[in-house]
Design a protein around this ligand. Structure first.
Ligand code: UD1
Ligand code: MG
Length: 463
C-alpha cells in the first residue's frame, strides 16, 4: 500500500554503536530474515514516498554506506559523537529539504509497518499538532521512555527510564522513539534542548515540553500492535524479531495461496517470492532472493538460496539449491545439490546424489543417479547414466564439456574435459572419454576382458 505525503522528510537514526550486540558489525546491519534491519526500515519508509530520506550514521558509517549503496533521494549525515537522539537529529538540519514535516524513525526497529507510520502522520495532520509521538501500551515498559499525561489525557512529557520517578516507571504507555514533527519547530526546539539528565544526552523527546511552553499542540498516537516497535538491542531481541516477522511472512504467503506444512519448522526470508498453489513442506528454508512460480512443491527439508524456479517444479526432500534457475515441470532430488550457475531447462530430471555446477541442462534431459556435472552445456533429451562424472578440473584450470542433443551416456562414464559429444551419440558403460565423440553410433573405450574362473570356491566363514 502506498501513502503519499508530498512534503515529508524522513530522518533515520542509526549512529549508535549497539554495544549489547557484542559484534564487529554495526547494529543496524544485522539481519532479520535475510535483510538488514536498516533495509527493512528503508523499505518501510519508502512506502510513504517521502521527499527525501536522511540517514544519520556514526559508528561503522563506512560499512553502513557500503551496505546501503546510493539509492535516489537518500542523504547521509554523520554524527561523530553519539550525544543523544536529539543531537543525532540535529546533524540532519543542514541537508537540503523543502519538506514541512519530518518523520524521525530509528534504524533498529525492523518490525514497523508503513501503515502504522501513516496513521501517525494522519493523526498529526488532522489534530493540527506540532509534535506527535508514536506510543504503545505494553505489559513491560522497562527500558522505554514513559508517556506522561495530565488528568485530561493530554501529553505532557516523555520521561526516560533512568530519569523517571517510581510513580512514572509504573506507566505502561511508552514512547516508540518515533516522532512526526513540523520541520521548522523541530530544529528551533532542538537547539534549545539541554543535556541535564541522567545520561547527559541531548534527548529528542525533550522537544515536547518546549513545544507545550510555546502553546503548540502535542499528541501521542497509540499504535495498534505494540510488537511493531520492538527495538533490537541484543541477539535475543534479534531472534524475537525474526520470530514475529516470520509469522507475518508465513501468513502473507498463506493468504496468497501457498500451503505451508508444519509452518513452525519452515524459514521463508523477507525477499522471497512464491507463486500460487505452491506447497512448502516441513523443515524447508527459502532464502535470499529465491523465487517460486506457481504450483511448485518443495521439501521436506530442502534449502533454496537465491534460486529462481518457474512453474510446477518439484524439489524433493533434502535437496540443496544455490543460485540456480529451473524451468517448468523439472524434478530435482531427493538429495540433489545444485550449485551456482546450474541452469535446468523445462522438464529436466536431476535425481539423488547428483551435483550440478555451472552447467546448462537442456529440456527433458535426465541425470538421475550419483553424478557430477560441472562446466557443461548439455542439449535436450539426453540420458546420463548413473555415476557419470565430468572431469572438469586438471588441478589448475576448469574445462568445458559440450554434449549435443539426444545423447545416451552409459553408467560410470568419465568425460575428461575439454571434450565434446556429438548429438545422438551413445557411450558404452564404463568408458573414459578423452577425445571428441562423433555424432550418432556407439563410442566406448577399451574394456578389460571379462574372464570366468570355473573352479574358484567362495571362502567360508571361520576357515
Ligand atoms: C530511545 C528513546 C526512548 C524510547 C526508545 C524506543 C530517547 C532519549 N529515548 O531510547 O524514549 O522509548 O528509544 O526504543 O530518545 N542514536 C543515534 N545517536 C545517538 C543516540 C542514539 O543515532 O547519539 C540512535 C541509535 O542508533 C538508535 C536510536 O537512536 O537507532 C535510539 O537510540 P537508543 O540508544 O537505542 O535509545 P533508547 O535508550 O532505546
Ligand atoms: Mg540508549
Amino acid at each position: 500500500m502506498l501513502h503519499h505525503f508530498s512534503t515529508l522528510q524522513v530522518i533515520i537514526l542509526a549512529a549508535g554503536k549497539g554495544t549489547r550486540m557484542a559484534s564487529n558489525t554495526p547494529k543496524v546491519l544485522h539481519k532479520v530474515l535475510g535483510k538488514s534491519m536498516l533495509e527493512h526500515v528503508l523499505h518501510t519508509v519508502e512506502d510513504l514516498q517521502p521527499e527525501s530520506v536522511c540517514l544519520v550514521a556514526g559508528h561503522g558509517i563506512n560499512d553502513v554506506k557500503a551496505h546501503i549503496g546510493e539509492p535516489e533521494n537518500l542523504f547521509w549525515a554523520e554524527q561523530k559523537e553519539q550525544l543523544g537522539t536529539g543531537h543525532a537529529v540535529l546533524q540532519a538540519e543542514s541537508l537540503p529539504s523543502i519538506a514541512d514535516l519530518v518523520l524521525v524513525v530509528c534504524g533498529d526497529t525492523p518490525l514497523l509497518t508503513s501503515e502504522t507510520l501513516a496513521s501517525l502522520i494522519k493523526q498529526h495532520q488532522s489534530s493540527k499538532a506540532t509534535v506527535s509521538v508514536l506510543s504503545a501500551i505494553v505489559d513491560n515498559p522497562q527500558g522505554y521512555g514513559r508517556i506522561v499525561r495530565d488528568e485530561d489525557g493530554s501529553v505532557l512529557a516523555i520521561v526516560e527510564e533512568k530519569d523517571a520517578s517510581a510513580e512514572q516507571r509504573a506507566i505502561k504507555e511508552v514512547s516508540s522513539g518515533i516522532f512526526c514533527v513540523n520541520r521548522d519547530a523541530l530544529f528551533t526546539y532542538l537547539h534549545q534542548v539541554g543535556n541535564d539528565n541522567a545520561q547527559q544526552e541531548y534527548y529528542l523527546p525533550d522537544i515536547l515540553p518546549l513545544a507545550l511552553a510555546d502553546d503548540k499542540r502535542v499528541q501521542a498516537t497509540i499504535m495498534e500492535h505494540s510488537d511493531e516497535m520492538l527495538g533490537i538491542n541484543d541477539r535475543s531481541q534479534l531472534a524475537q524479531a525474526e520470530t514475529i516477522m516470520q509469522q507475518r511472512i508465513l501468513q502473507e504467503w498463506q493468504s496468497k495461496g501457498v500451503t505451508i506444512e508444519q509452518a513452525d519448522t519452515v524459514r521463508i526470508e523477507a525477499s522471497v517470492n512464491i507463486g500460487m498453489d505452491c506447497t512448502i513442506k516441513a523443515g524447508t528454508q527459502l532464502l535470499g532472493s529465491t523465487h517460486l512460480g506457481d504450483g511448485c512443491t518443495v521439501g521436506p527439508y530442502a534449502v533454496l538460496q537465491n534460486s529462481w524456479l518457474a512453474d510446477d517444479i518439484t524439489v524433493a526432500p533434502f535437496s540443496h539449491l544455490e543460485e540456480t534457475s529451473i524451468g517448468d515441470e523439472a524434478v530435482v532430488g531427493p538429495f540433489a545439490r545444485l550449485r551456482p550457475g546450474a541452469r535446468l531447462d523445462d522438464k529436466v530430471k536431476i535425481g539423488n546424489f547428483v551435483e550440478v555446477k555451472k552447467a546448462v541442462i537442456g529440456q527433458g534431459s535426465k541425470v538421475n543417479h550419483l553424478s557430477y556435472i560441472g562446466d557443461t552445456i548439455m542439449g535436450e533429451d539426453c540420458n546420463i547414466g548413473a555415476g557419470t562424472i565430468t572431469c572438469n578440473y586438471d588441478g589448475a584450470n576448469k574445462h568445458q564439456t559440450m554434449i549435443g542433443n539426444g545423447v545416451f551416456v552409459g553408467s560410470d562414464t568419465k568425460l575428461v574435459a575439454p571434450v565434446q559429444v556429438g548429438s545422438g551419440a551413445t557411450i558404452g558403460a564404463g568408458s573414459i572419454i578423452t577425445k571428441q565423440v562423433q555424432q550418432d553410433g556407439l563410442t566406448l573405450s577399451a574394456r578389460p576382458e571379462q574372464r570366468h574362473v570355473k573352479h574358484w570356491v567362495r571362502p567360508k566363514k571361520g576357515s
